[in-house]
Design a protein around this ligand. Structure first.
Ligand code: NI
Length: 398
């Protein structure tokens, strides 16, 4: 069946590429994917899919659709995110974005097109499918706190689903390859927002002030001691200070307060707990030592993406069959984050990277860059892999 799936995906290659170009020309940012959703719904309805739910998070964005196979069985979900980024495109291609400062610079146009290609393939083998394939076209992967995946899970998108698969195109790996990983693959992203309050005064008389910059300076260094001294060397964690603001432009004034913001990345939820608790303790301790008051807002934005071993092995076997074993390799840990993690908190799943880098076409530019682009030649295989994964899960009962 995988051979047939692959041939079907190749036969739909031109349509898949045309769809990607359409989405690329008409990008929509997080929670504004109204036209994108309409287009997807239209195609799915024509293919005979049942629209389970359209619109998430109080919007008209995103859709869940089912294809009920001809035989009884379990339910497997496939996910594509569909949002673009607020970025001005710098690619000189015929299908460049027509919207100022909105661009598909992460390849979610390709994700939507590939999953529609998968929908076409599965529709053709429908009678033979044992169970249901559920397609999740997810809005707002890039939106931080109001994550599209979270909204979909909360609104029942995974009800009755046994397992889930999803992919991200990857400009760091060559076209025709896949990077998979069992266990953690992408990091949890936390944010911290701190104000250290002292007492301003004249720069010549610090004894009459409480200088918050001393406490801030101590803190920026001591945060790294948490990584080095409180977390096992076998774990992976990053604490970064991204914003540090004190005073204005006057050289002889001790400022009243310092604002600091930063991020924490981790893969193990127990380490995430340790780091947050340690940061709260170190901040409170250093502020007390420096006679400063503080307010801290620590936010857990996105959990770590942790792949199920067995489901990952299904995807790996399918990828090896479709791309050749030599083109399927283990991924490193990726410090970026993905709201796909919310799906994997609910059902066993896997998430992997589809290589789209082709230096001759310039598609090896970093994600989120104004010159980011996807190698269209990678797309039919992506559609085939997702369809093959669904088939492989269902023939094992979900
Ligand atoms: Ni992305």
């Amino acid at each position: 069946m995988l051979k047939k799936i692959k041939d079907l995906a190749v036969s739909h290659g031109e349509e898949i590429v045309a769809l990607r170009h359409h989405f690329h020309t008409h990008p929509e940012v997080a929670w504004e994917e109204v036209e994108t959703t309409k287009k997807i719904v239209d195609i799915l309805e024509k293919l005979g899919y049942t629209i389970v739910k359209k619109g998430f998070g109080g919007t008209e964005c995103g859709v869940v659709a089912d294809l009920k196979g001809g035989k009884p069985g379990g339910c497997v979900a496939l996910r594509a995110d569909i949002d673009a980024l607020p970025l001005q495109e710098e690619n000189d291609v015929p299908y460049a974005s027509k919207k100022p400062c909105v661009m598909h610079a992460c390849g979610h146009d390709a994700h939507a097109a590939m999953l529609l290609g998968t929908a076409m393939v599965l529709a053709k083998i429908r009678d033979e499918i044992p169970g249901t394939v559920r397609l999740l076209f997810q809005p707002a992967e890039e939106s931080g706190l109001k994550a599209g995946a979270k909204a979909m899970v909360e609104e029942g998108a995974l009800e009755g689903v046994d397992s889930i698969g999803g992919l991200h195109c990857w400009s760091l790996a060559p076209t025709g390859t896949v990077l998979y990983r069992s266990g953690p693959i992408m990091a949890a992203a936390d944010g911290w927002y701190l104000t250290i309050k002292g007492k301003g005064g004249h720069g010549s008389a610090p004894e009459n002030a409480i200088d918050p910059t001393i406490t801030a300076a101590n803190l920026v260094l001591n945060l790294q001691a948490i990584v080095g001294r409180e977390v096992s060397a076998k774990e992976t964690v990053v604490i970064s200070t991204g914003v540090m603001k004190a005073g204005e432009t006057v050289f002889n004034i001790i400022p009243d307060s310092v604002t600091m913001n930063g991020t924490v990345r981790s893969f193990n939820p127990a380490v995430q707990d340790t780091v947050e608790a340690a940061m709260r303790r170190v901040i409170a301790g250093l502020c007390a030592a420096g006679r400063c008051e503080f307010s801290l807002d620590y936010k857990r934005f996105i959990p770590a993406t942790i792949n199920d071993h067995e489901v990952t092995m299904t995807a790996k076997a399918v990828c090896e069959d479709i791309l050749g074993a030599e083109n399927v390799k283990e991924s490193e840990l990726v410090m970026g984050s993905e709201d796909y993690s919310y799906f994997e908190q609910k059902v066993p799943g896997t998430y992997f990277f589809l290589g789209t880098a082709n230096p001759d076409k310039g598609t090896n530019t970093a994600h989120h860059h104004p010159k980011f682009n996807v190698d269209d030649d990678a797309l039919p295989a992506g559609s085939a892999i997702l369809a093959g994964f669904a088939w492989a899960r269902l023939t094992k009962n979900g």
